[in-house]
Write a protein that binds this ligand. Structure first.
Ligand SMILES: [Zn+2]
Length: 180
């Protein structure tokens, strides 16, 4: 016994908050453990950054790390998706799992400010378009997003406002059958 007294130090864990002045710093003493919880994938540590107050988990830290190390691929994936490729197709071409693409999208949505800058520059899309897309992602409405993405894309194109009207209604055969 007697193992419980001192709190473990998490020197290899870094703060995932990009606005934090200790963002990404290891061995800095700003990260404190905040307990654990169990998931089907194992135990997840909860952390707390003393510098910025951000709470996060070992889970989120892993995804962020993954995003950083694969930044080029992540942006390539985002561009493909924005250009109309579906998630499955994107995953296949980039040789990653569908869930990985979804994970990237979620993280990208959380960092939309930074991601938008790159995408707006590279794809000449505007912020309104991107915000609309992130909104779908944040609600985890991936399927809905894929189904609507072309629609959203067209509808928010300021040069094609007319198309918005045409797509908004859609075509519902029931609207035209007058059953009595
Ligand atoms: Zn922090």
């Amino acid at each position: 016994m007697g193992k419980r007294g001192s709190k473990p130090k998490f020197t290899d864990v870094t703060c995932p908050n990009e606005d934090c002045e200790d963002y990404g710093k290891v061995n800095n003493g700003n990260i404190v453990g905040n307990g654990t919880y169990k998931t089907k994938n194992g135990k997840v540590h909860k952390f707390h950054c003393k510098t910025c107050g951000k709470r996060f988990t070992s889970n989120s830290n892993t995804i962020l790390h993954d995003l950083r190390t694969n930044e080029e691929t992540v942006f390539l994936a985002l561009k493909m998706i924005l250009k109309g490729m579906d998630l499955r197709g994107t995953a296949e071409i980039l040789d990653v799992k569908l869930d990985t693409i979804r994970g990237w999208l979620s993280i990208a949505a959380d960092h939309s400010g930074k991601v938008n800058k790159v995408l707006m520059k590279d794809l000449s899309v505007d912020k309104v378009e991107l915000d609309e897309l992130w909104a779908f992602v944040k609600k985890k409405h991936f399927h809905e997003w894929v189904a609507k993405q072309r629609w959203v894309w067209l509808s928010f194109d300021p040069k094609n406002k007319i198309i918005l009207v045409a797509h908004l209604g859609g075509y519902d055969p029931k609207m035209f059958s007058m059953k009595s």
